[in-house]
Design a binder for this molecule. Structure first.
Ligand code: FES
Length: 211
């Protein structure tokens, strides 16, 4: 009779389903990431660019090599590298992920899976971005009305206003932050909006990097 001692004995070995984590190089999805990319979400936030320039190729290679040197173990270079790509170009195009895939040997679908997990990596046609916090302390101080006003004023401008969760500066609620910079604003009022939009367009790193 089978002795059952603890959870590992619930199923006799012959009934156990062989299970192992798939390596990152394993192509679960089609290698052709462009076909796999889904219309509604991916194409909007992680779009295709078509042709990428020699400059872009070179930059991605540089980013990969620097981050790989810094984070040698396994795939740990990947998130910092994607973050650098976003900071450099403002959008992580599918073709950039394909370049990273060629350099690193990780499958494009694996890279896409990682990138889509992080909302900060999403891109908006290379527009500057503004985060408006609407978590509880900021919401209590008018954060929700503020974001509506920001959206109205940003209409037609080269800036994307994004609702964000706690930016860690609740004592200054409501708080607004320009991502990929050190710039945050506290106790923001409607009269400050135009100025913040102008500043975002000036200091946004990918706008300044534009070639
Ligand atoms: S809730 Fe807005 S900064 Fe914390």
């Amino acid at each position: 009779m089978l002795k059952r001692k603890g959870i590992e004995h619930i199923h006799p070995p012959e009934e156990q389903i062989p299970f192992e984590f798939l390596p990152a190089e394993y192509n679960v999805y089609k290698e052709n990431l462009k076909e796999w990319a889904n219309e509604l979400f991916i194409n909007k936030k992680f779009p295709k660019k078509g042709q990428i320039s020699d400059y872009e190729n070179q930059k991605i290679k540089e980013i990969y090599e620097n981050r790989k040197k810094e984070f040698e173990e396994g795939n740990s270079f990947l998130i910092p590298a994607l973050n650098d790509i976003k900071r450099e170009f403002g959008v992580v195009y599918l073709e950039y992920m394909e370049e990273l895939s060629k350099l690193s040997n990780l499958s494009p679908s694996y890279i896409l899976g990682v990138a889509t997990f992080y909302t900060m990596l999403e891109g908006f046609d290379g527009k500057a971005e503004i985060y408006v916090c609407t978590s509880l302390p900021c919401a209590l101080k008018g954060g929700e009305e503020l974001i509506e006003k920001f959206k109205e004023k940003a209409e037609g401008k080269d800036v994307e206003v994004r609702e964000w969760v706690c930016l860690g500066r609740c004592e200054f609620a409501p708080v607004v932050h320009i991502p990929y910079t050190e710039k945050s604003f506290g106790h923001v009022e409607e009269k400050d909006i135009d100025e913040i939009i102008d500043i975002a367009q000036k200091i946004c790193p990918w706008k300044r990097n534009k070639k």
